[in-house]
Structures are given as C-alpha cells and as structure tokens.
Design a protein around this ligand. Structure first.
Ligand SMILES: *Cc1c(COP(=O)(O)O)cnc(C)c1O
Ligand SMILES: [Zn+2]
Length: 422
C-alpha cells in the first residue's frame, strides 16, 4: 500500500485545483468544496466483485473507494444493513417493485451517520488527531459520541438546544461533551467553523468534510451489491445538507465506471420536509440555486436551512432526470405509520419524509408504476418518539381478569367471544 492508499489528492469541485490530503475543505481561490480524488486505475485491478465477496459484510468491503490510507481503525463493523424487498408497501404505493435500504438498524447508533463517522474518525486517527467534534442535527452527534468513546478519543458535539430527548441522551451516555446552542443548525454550523479554525480539532463535517462525505457512498455500494450487482432504476433519498444524495449518485457512477455493475440508467429523487425544503422548492421551480430558509418541521434531523451540498444535489437530480418533492408534518407521520404497518420498520421522521415523498412521486407518475425503486431509510424511530406519541392509538388497560379481557375483545370481535362464551 502506498502512503495515501488509493487516494490521490483533495480536488476543488469548481476549478479542479488539487490540494494535499490534509484536514481542509475549501478551495482558497473560489471557496469551492474539496473532494477526495482517487487513483481509479489501481482501484480497477484491486477491487472486483470477487474480492468484495471474500470480505466481511461491513461497509469496509469497498475500502479502496473509501478515503483512508491504511486499515480502518474506527467503526470497523459499520454497514451492510438489510435491503428489504418491501412487497406490502409496494402494493400500498402502487408500484411494481420496491426495496427499503434499512439504515434504521445501522451499527452502532441506528442511523446512516455511522457510515460517515467511521470514515471521518478512522481518517482523523490516521492524521494524529486526539479530539474530534461535529455540528449536528442529532444523529451525527450520537455517532461521533459513540465511535469516539470506542476509539478512546475526546469528543465535543454541538447541537441545537431543542433536539429530541432521545438524541440528547444518546450523545450524553457515551461521555461526550455535549454543547446545546441556542439557535438553529445553521448557527451551530457557523460557530463550529470558527472553533475548528481556532482549536484545530477534527470537525468531522467541517475541516474533515471531504473524507466524512465519502462514507455515504457505502450505502449506495451496498444497494448495488444487494440488488445482485445492479443500479436501481429509481432511488429516493431524504436531504439535509444534500450530501448523502450526491454520494449515492457517485457510488453508482464509480461502480459503473469500474465495470463492477453494468451501465444502466438511473434517476435519483430528493425528499425534504415542507417546513425545511430549500432544495426541493428550487427543484420544483426549475432553479439551479436554492434560497435559504428558517426551518420549522418535526423532521429535525433534516432541518438545515442553508444546505452545504444543495447546489450539487440539484445538479444530480437534473442530470439523472430525478425529481424533488416535500411533505407536511402530518404526511411525515403517515409515512412513518405506513412503513411500520406494512414492513415492520419503525423509522424516524426522516424516514417518514422519504416514504411520504415516494408516495407522492408514484402518484404523480414521476416514478412510474411499472418500475423498481429503492427507498433510503436513514434513521430509527425510537430516537424521535415525540413525533409519534399521541398519533399511534392508545394502550387499553384492564385488570388481570379473563372476564375484562373478553369485554374488551367483544368490542373488537364479538363473533369470537360469543362462540366461546356461555
Ligand atoms: C443527516 C441525516 C440525513 C441527511 O444527510 P445529508 O447528507 O446532510 O443530506 C438523512 N437522514 C438522517 C436520519 C440524518 O440524520
Ligand atoms: Zn477551486
């Protein structure tokens, strides 16, 4: 293995200037975002379906396409979550074939953020950092806190002060330093940019962002492998910064370019909550640029009003012929319930956004009824209980008596009780 593994440089997405593989994320000339560039010629010989197949079932089976120089050291068990064939949900939504990529059960903190964090922290350790940090809407804080604890790193996580209880406790339990900022995510992010510059910590989604973002590709690599080495016709992805959507697209491009999957067309669709929909609003108006918004939605994990990769997410939707759509808080809850009742999967609010948007796009014909689609479910419902409590029916309480149970049952199924009773 060479000094930098299969990475060549950091490269500006705007002007193409190359930079050393350091903890830096913007181009000095035009402030364009930096992205990891790889040596695809060497990867082509190193990474084949066969080599992938011999490796453990984790996201690291695609390691040549992930930005670490040596062996990963943090989050080595992350990924390879189930791709569930969702026939009952398909029937409800009226589409021929449907799959759910279920990162609600990603290891160890039950969201797709474990993918980006395992890459960012492995790279941080490699570069000699002792303190890691992040600006988060919740799930990222959970994952940085847990993975830093397991790696023996000091962690500072910054979150909006009004997050769901589950997400706050899920960061504190690992002993991380949790800082609640009295403001929304975009203000948290601005503060973190200042702190990163001053203290030189590894901020996974600020100065380490080029490495961090690449971790999202693993969700797309897994989808292709789990479909039998095929790119799905349609993929629906929920968006906060828009990074995950662009990286799923990149994973399809890379496997196609390397000949790991056959060249077939694909469309990538973006999903947001109506209360924070800068990207889908721009997409629906046919604009290349979004207008920043002040978020107001129960989908707090997606509540980024100034999305860092919004521009590139719009471009991916446009280039692939995909669409954008958004859903109200009630539609988010309907989406969560529908996924739970048809497939037995309890997603967080972001998953409700994905399901609700898929339903709309199928009804509008933007995802044709005779096609095949993958829905990316990115987080677990147990972390956003507040969003559903009071909206899921109620427990009926009785004393431990057969008679009381039969009174209850006779309300539901009188024929059952009268057959038995005398
Ligand atoms: C962070 C997050 C996303 C979106 O991430 P981006 O890459 O910033 O668009 C989606 N779902 C959940 C549950 C998240 O926590
Ligand atoms: Zn540049």
């Amino acid at each position: 293995m060479e000094k930098n593994g299969f990475m060549k440089a950091l490269k500006c997405r705007e002007c193409g200037r190359e930079y050393p593989l350091a903890a830096t994320h913007v181009c000095e000339f035009d402030f364009g975002p930096l992205e990891v560039a790889y040596d695809y010629e060497r990867i082509q010989t190193a990474l084949t379906r066969e080599t992938i197949g011999t490796r453990p079932q984790t996201m690291w089976r695609y390691r040549e396409l992930l930005p670490v120089a040596g062996e990963p050291t943090v989050g080595r068990q992350v990924g390879f979550t189930p791709l569930v064939k969702a026939d009952r949900l398909a029937r409800e939504l009226g589409i021929r074939e449907l799959y759910v990529k279920n990162d609600a059960v990603n290891y160890p903190t039950l969201s797709f953020k474990d993918r980006v964090v395992s890459v960012a922290l492995s790279r941080s350790v490699e570069m000699g950092f002792k303190t890691v940090a992040c600006a988060s809407t919740g799930n990222l804080a959970n994952s940085v806190a847990a993975n830093a604890a397991a790696a023996g790193l000091d962690a500072y996580v910054f979150i909006p002060h009004d997050l769901e209880q589950g997400k706050v406790v899920n960061s504190l339990v690992y002993g991380a330093n949790v800082v609640g900022i009295k403001g929304h995510y975009d203000e948290v992010n601005r503060l973190c940019a200042e702190i990163a510059g001053k203290y030189g910590w590894a901020f996974v989604n600020v100065n380490m962002r080029p490495y961090y973002a690449e971790g999202s590709k693993s969700m797309g690599f897994e989808i292709q492998e789990q479909l039998g080495w095929h790119v799905p016709e349609h993929t629906v992805v929920c968006m906060a910064s828009g990074s995950l959507l662009t990286k799923i697209h990149k994973s399809y491009q890379e496997f196609t370019k390397l000949g790991i999957v056959p060249k077939t067309p694909w469309k990538i669709h973006g999903a947001q909550a109506t209360g924070c929909s800068p990207i889908t609003t721009a997409q629906k108006s046919g604009l290349d640029f979004f207008k920043p918004v002040k978020p107001n939605t129960i989908a707090k994990s997606l509540a980024i009003g100034t999305p860092a990769d919004g521009f590139y997410a719009l471009r991916v939707m446009k280039e692939t012929g995909g669409s954008g759509e958004d859903v109200s808080d009630d539609e988010i809850r309907d989406g969560i319930r529908l996924l739970a009742e048809t497939e037995g999967i309890f997603a967080e609010t972001a998953g409700g956004v994905t399901v609700g948007v898929a339903k709309k796009l199928i009804a509008q014909g933007k995802i044709p009824r005779d096609s095949s689609a993958v829905l990316c479910i990115t987080g677990n419902g147990l972390k956003t209980i507040e969003a559903m409590s009071g909206h899921v029916g109620e427990t009926r309480e009785i004393r431990p008596s057969l008679r009381e149970f039969e009174v209850l049952l006779s309300q539901d199924k009188p024929e059952l009780v009268s057959q038995q009773g005398r």
